[in-house]
Each structure stands twice: as structure tokens, then as C-alpha cells.
Design a protein around this ligand. Structure first.
Ligand code: ME8
Length: 509
């Protein structure tokens, strides 16, 4: 049976150019997708843009454009992220596509048929920036004004509206969270959602008559659907809804913690109401911050991914954010930390190690994989640690603990560096060339899993490392089956070349 995986990013509001925050979620999703493919899974990876709603309509009006012309222009910048971030094969969805209208309207009709949608009138607070309704009790006060909990302005809204009976799902949601303890990750976020739901749920307004930029409500086109009901459906649309959804049971929705409630409460309730399957998991990561404040379009403090990538290269950027910020926590960017990670982790720890070993092989072993002698305890220890790495990394990536996966890889890098220093093959060169060859071979064997497992994180650099070893595997299974020894004596290796660049802080900052 084919093993399947499905990873999604939020669909981004294309009101402004993408910043490092949206790039962060997308890079993490790409690492997961690449890893699952390496691990033999038929993998679906989806990202896209969320193009309806009041916010979009207002932004277009300000520029004197039609909403459609506006989103066509704006969403292109999000599609252009793919080559910039070196994304693997993926599906890019736009909520203005006909296939998505069909999916959203189908879900709506099923909710109507099941009796979970009814018409009433709405009077309450709405925040356009968040595209969210808030209760009086949730509002905060700032400079004598009522504000959303996010600190953004709210407006009083009174209109005829359709409602979704969210209140009917309190027990069912709690039951689902309880029976599926990893449905919401990480654990601390799960607890937050649990206590929110236990506090009681109110029905939510799911249509608008004050705007017309949205998916029309079936049978009543005075109304358009609430943008979140429309947007959340994208994950199903992309998997073929209302047809069969081959990947949906495996879906992991990767989101920032800002939009957890929509994904962990509303979305499963909509699906339960329509009697559709639920995704496997909602994983909420933390925020990239600038001087402690969330990096965001409306905060004027964004890092431009293009600039950062021009400066450091995409692999270093991918590595930095996934290694530096424990996935789930908030994290600040600084050039100082970036330069340090590039120079220490990449250039010294990995780059120099490969370069030293490969140069010695080029000079002293005729540029060929040298012969292995009898394995001693210290050789076995290193080879065993390297051979155990694929399973360790798999365990961490399956839980989206990217920083732990990288830390485990660097444990082996550290052990290899230590082995190299203790064995000192450069001193063996004259006194015992056979032993030198043996030591170099042990190191080359230990490099195999490193070059393969780094590929989901730093695709281009890992490719170069594999070329240097003349070792390419298609799946993790092949790597694991080879065990501790996978190279063939006498295989020619190309001339060694540097893989990772060094940076000077003064120039970088
Ligand atoms: O919320 N740090 O779109 P959005 C980390 N359209 N991640 C960040 C971030 C930061 N500083 N800033 C943004 C929407 N993100 C809706 C989603 S899904 C059905 C609809 C990432 O453009 C993070 O993933 O505001 C966050 O959840 C998302 O961008 C919000 O993107």
C-alpha cells in the first residue's frame, strides 16, 4: 500500500508582498514534504493565497482597482516564492478559482442540509484586519477606544446573516481532542484550545451582505460566505473535494499561532457538521519577531526574504530559521546569529570536515574510495552513531521538531570531527598509510547519512555533498538497508570543492 503524506501552509492574504514570516511557514512545510518523499511517501504539499473578504475589497478600492485585478497582481508575488525558496513539487491554490467555489459551496450546502446553518441577524464587533468577530468581553481598551485582542480596530456591525451552530460542537470537539491527543500540537497550544472550548462556544456569523467580494451563498446571492469558512475549505479543495480526498486523512495544517483557533476549532466543527473526515493534525508554530514584536505586514518591521537570500543564499536561510528557532517558539533574527551559524555550523563543522577528508583522499588515495581495514571499537562507535541517524531524524521530523532533527545531525558531525582529530590521519600518512586510508574510509562512510539527511533542509548544498561522495540514494530505505558500509572501494571521487561560504559580520550587518 502506498504511504501518503499531506502538508499545508496557511493560504496568505496577498494584501502586501510576502515577508520572512510567511516564507518561514512555507520553508518548514517544504522540509517536511521533501523529507516524506525521501522516506518513500506519496506526498502532497499545498500553499496558496486567500483572496476574498473585506480587507481585500478595501485594499483594491483604495488603489482604484477591481478586487480581481488586484488579487491577480498581488498573488503572483506568492507564487514567485517557489523558485526563491527552492520549494519542491507543490500545489498552489487561489480561493478565486472555480474549483474552489464549487468546493466551498458544496460544504455550505451539506451544512445547510444537516441543519447547522440558519438565518438570523448579527449585531456585534468585527475586526477587518483580522477578518474576525469578537465578543464584547474579548475586546481590549487602547487610548479610550475598543480594540480587538490583537490590538487592531473593530467596528460595530449589524446585518442579516447566516449563522453556523458552533455551539453544538463543544462536546464533540473535546471528545476529538481527547481521543486524538496529538490533533493539536505543540502540547501547550492544545491546552489553550481545550480550555477555550471548555469555556463554551457561541454560534458564529458565516455570511456577509455588506461586501460582495466572496463566494456567493448557494441559493441566496445577496450573501457571500464569511472569508474564513471560504478560506479553510482550500485544504479540501486542493485534495479534490467534493470528490474523493485521497490525502486528507493525513493532512497536517501548519499554521502560525495567530490563526490556531480558526484551524483547531472552526475547521473541525465545519467538517464534523458536514460529516466529512478531519485532518490529522494542526501544528501551530511561533512568531518571527523583530526586537520582540511580531514581524507583520501591518507592523512595518518585516524582513524581505529576497534580500536575505541574496545575501546569504537560500540554503543558509533555510538552515538558520529551522535550526535557530525551536519549532513552536518565537524567535528573533539577527545578522550576528546568522553569520555565526553560517561560519560555525556550516562552514567549519561540515564544510571543513568534508574538505579536509576529501582533500586527503584526493592527494593520498588517488582520488578513490580507499580500502577499509579491520574495524576497531572507535570506528564501530562512529559508524553505529551515523547508521542510527536516519531513524532519529525521521522521529523528529515526523513530529515537526526540525531543530531537534538538525541537532541530531550535528551530533554526528561533532563526533566525526572528534574522530578526525583523535585519529589524526595526517600523522598516519607517513608511518602507516594503510591505517590512514582506513580512517579516511570510516569518515567517508559516516558522511553518507549526513549528505542524504541534509537534503530536505538544504537541497542544493546536500546535492553537492552527495556528488563529492559520488553517492546518491533515492530513498531513506536504501540508506538504511546499506547499513554502516555503503561505498565501494576504488570508486572515483570528483575533485573536492568548498560548499559553504564564510561571512564577515561587519559586511553582513
Ligand atoms: O492569516 N512569524 O493570512 P496571513 C511566523 N489568510 N509566521 C508568520 C509571521 C511571523 N511573524 N507572520 C505571518 C491569514 N506568518 C489567512 C490564513 S488559512 C485558511 C487563512 C505566517 O497572510 C504564519 O503561518 O495573515 C501565519 O499564521 C500566517 O503567515 C498568516 O498569514
Amino acid at each position: 500500500m502506498t504511504k501518503r503524506a499531506y502538508i499545508t501552509t496557511p493560504i496568505y492574504y496577498p494584501t502586501a508582498k510576502p515577508h520572512m514570516g510567511s516564507a518561514y511557514t512555507t520553508m518548514a512545510a517544504d522540509v517536511y514534504a521533501r523529507f516524506k518523499r525521501l522516506d518513500g511517501y506519496d506526498t502532497r504539499f499545498q500553499t496558496g493565497t486567500d483572496e476574498h473578504g473585506q480587507k481585500m475589497q478595501h485594499a483594491a478600492e483604495k488603489l482604484g482597482m477591481t478586487p480581481q485585478a488586484f488579487v491577480d497582481e498581488q498573488s503572483a508575488a506568492y507564487r514567485d516564492l517557489a523558485p526563491l525558496l527552492n520549494l519542491s513539487d507543490h500545489n498552489f491554490i487561489r480561493t478565486t478559482e472555480p474549483r474552489h467555489y464549487a468546493a466551498a459551496q458544496h460544504l455550505w450546502s451539506k451544512l445547510v442540509d444537516a441543519g447547522y446553518i440558519y438565518k438570523d441577524s448579527y449585531a456585534g464587533w468585527y475586526c477587518v484586519a483580522d477578518e474576525a468577530y469578537y465578543t464584547e468581553a474579548e475586546l481590549i481598551e487602547k487610548d479610550g477606544e475598543r480594540m480587538a485582542p490583537t490590538g487592531r480596530p473593530v467596528e460595530w456591525l449589524e446585518q442579516e446573516s447566516y449563522f453556523f451552530k458552533l455551539s453544538a460542537f463543544q462536546d464533540k470537539l473535546i471528545e476529538h481532542y481527547t481521543n486524538n491527543p496529538t490533533f493539536i500540537q505543540p502540547e501547550s497550544r492544545r491546552n489553550e484550545v481545550m480550555s477555550f472550548v471548555k469555556g463554551g462556544l457561541e454560534d458564529i456569523s458565516v455570511s456577509r451582505t455588506t461586501i460582495n467580494w466572496g463566494v456567493p451563498v448557494p441559493g441566496d446571492d445577496k450573501h457571500v460566505m464569511y472569508v474564513w469558512l471560504d478560506a479553510l475549505t482550500n485544504y479540501a479543495t486542493g485534495d479534490g473535494y467534493p470528490g474523493e480526498m485521497p490525502f486528507f486523512n493525513e493532512a497536517i495544517h501548519l499554521v502560525g499561532k495567530d490563526i490556531l483557533r480558526f484551524h483547531a476549532v472552526y475547521w473541525p466543527a465545519f467538517l464534523m457538521g458536514a460529516n466529512e473526515p478531519l485532518p490529522k493534525q494542526i501544528w501551530a508554530h511561533g512568531w518571527l519577531t523583530k526586537d520582540g514584536t511580531k514581524m507583520g505586514k501591518s507592523n512595518n518591521n518585516v524582513l524581505d526574504p529576497q534580500e536575505l537570500i541574496n545575501q546569504y543564499g537560500i540554503d543558509a536561510v533555510r538552515y538558520f530559521f529551522l535550526r535557530e528557532v525551536p519549532f513552536g517558539n518565537d524567535g528573533d533574527f539577527s545578522h550576528e546569529r546568522m553569520v555565526q551559524r553560517c561560519n560555525t555550523d556550516l562552514s567549519n563543522d561540515v564544510g571543513n570536515l568534508f574538505q579536509r577528508v576529501l582533500s586527503m583522499v584526493a592527494k593520498n588515495c588517488a582520488g578513490q574510495v580507499p580500502a577499509l581495514g579491520t574495524l576497531r571499537t572507535e570506528d564501530e562507535a562512529l559508524l553505529q552513531q551515523a547508521a542510527a541517524l536516519p531513524a532519529l531524524v525521521r522521529g523528529h521530523v515526523d513530529q515537526l521538531n526540525f531543530h531537534k532533527a538538525l541537532a541530531a545531525i550535528w551530533d554526528v558531525v561533532g563526533a566525526a570531527n572528534k574522530y578526525m582529530d583523535t585519529q589524526a590521519p595526517w600523522t598516519l600518512r607517513k608511518e602507516n598509510p594503510e591505517q590512514m586510508a582506513h580512517v579516511l574510509r570510516v569518515l567517508l562512510e559516516c558522511f553518507r547519512p549526513l549528505a542524504v539527511l541534509l537534503a530536505p533542509f538544504m537541497p542544493a548544498s546536500a546535492q553537492t555533498l552527495q556528488t563529492q561522495l559520488n553517492y546518491h540514494v533515492i530513498t531513506l530505505e536504501e540508506l538504511e538497508q546499506a547499513g554502516q558500509i555503503g561505498l565501494t572501494e576504488g570508486t572515483a571521487l570528483p575533485a573536492p570543492q568548498g560548499v559553504f561560504q564564510r561571512f564577515e559580520l561587519e559586511q553582513a550587518a
